[in-house]
Design a protein around this ligand. Sequence first.
Ligand SMILES: *Cc1c(COP(=O)(O)O)cnc(C)c1O
Length: 378
Amino acid sequence: MTAGSDAPAREARVDLDAVRRNVAAIAERVRPAEVMVVVKADAYGHGAVPVAEAAIDAGAAWLGVADLAEAFALRDAGITAPVLAWLHAPDAPFVEAVVRDIDLGISSADQLELAARAAGEAGSTANVHLKIDTGLSRNGVPPEQWEAVVAAAAEHERAGRIRVRGVFSHLANTSPATDAAQCAAFEHALAAASAAGLEPDVRHLASTAAALERPDARFDLVRIGIGTYGVSPYGDGRTAADLGLTPAMTLRARVVAVRRVEQGTGVSYDHTWHAERATTLALVPLGYADGVPRQASGRGEVLLAGRRRPVVGRIAMDQFVVDVGDDEVAVGDPVVLFGDPATGAPSADDWAAAADTIGYEIVTRIGARVPRTYPEPA
Ligand SMILES: *Cc1c(COP(=O)(O)O)cnc(C)c1O
């Protein structure tokens, strides 16, 4: 580990090589199914465009995003790979989506009609993936409307207005039994689509959690978000390393102040922590504005001066305090909040445990004040 005296005060370093390795490892594991890498929410905080490019490099066949603004940003950056967007406001710009060759996830009869009309306006064909709700009860066509929607889609397809390129659904990842019930409901929906005359190129159901452990959920394509970033989809203590994945993001900063305090000194807002004996405290310039969860006050740990050290007292908006005992630390020393545990650092999943949340939220909420940097592999 190098201190790097020119290192920024704070940064989220994103190792695109780790992204490539994670995508390639998952692609290998799910073959012959293909991989869609999900880059919504700025690639879970990692930077949508660089991650998308790395993912395509590593063999991803598709990119997935939530809304069309995210899809257009990929096209603006010159990315030409197939892109699917699946969450649309009623006035979403479907015409522009057709013109810019974005595939539309379709979750209702109304959306199907809007897609068909947009195709007419664009003088082209809308590529759509029909989404069936198999039990997440969030988005997707309700099962009782599925037959009518696939019949309407088949009619639009015959008229050349739309092409049903995909049929998909999303799992609740609740238990093996609910996953199995959703797989069965998905098969049923596929049979109905087929009976209506639809021949989708890609049938897709699994996100990272099921893609890694349920071959029966892989179909033609898996949608991989969190696994791309080397964070665990499971809340059960299995680490990225257990899954053969490498954390891509390292959240780091440099110590901005060091002070020696007497026994009994109260630290940070509300004095929720007092020094049990004389000790040395280091100040880290990251806080909840940067996505460091206040919930992890007194519970999170960082890597500093070769060891994991506890966060003490409340995490504030811009800063928090670490107890280093009697060890030597200096202003400017590097601090790693999370990264690859192979380096001795905590993981994003460790911070999630400290904040009673999931690793997804830890990486995705890293704030705009923290620059994302992309070091060249050594
Ligand atoms: C976010 C999302 C995914 C990716 O899920 P991970 O658990 O991050 O792999 C896949 N499909 C849909 C519909 C999503 O919204």
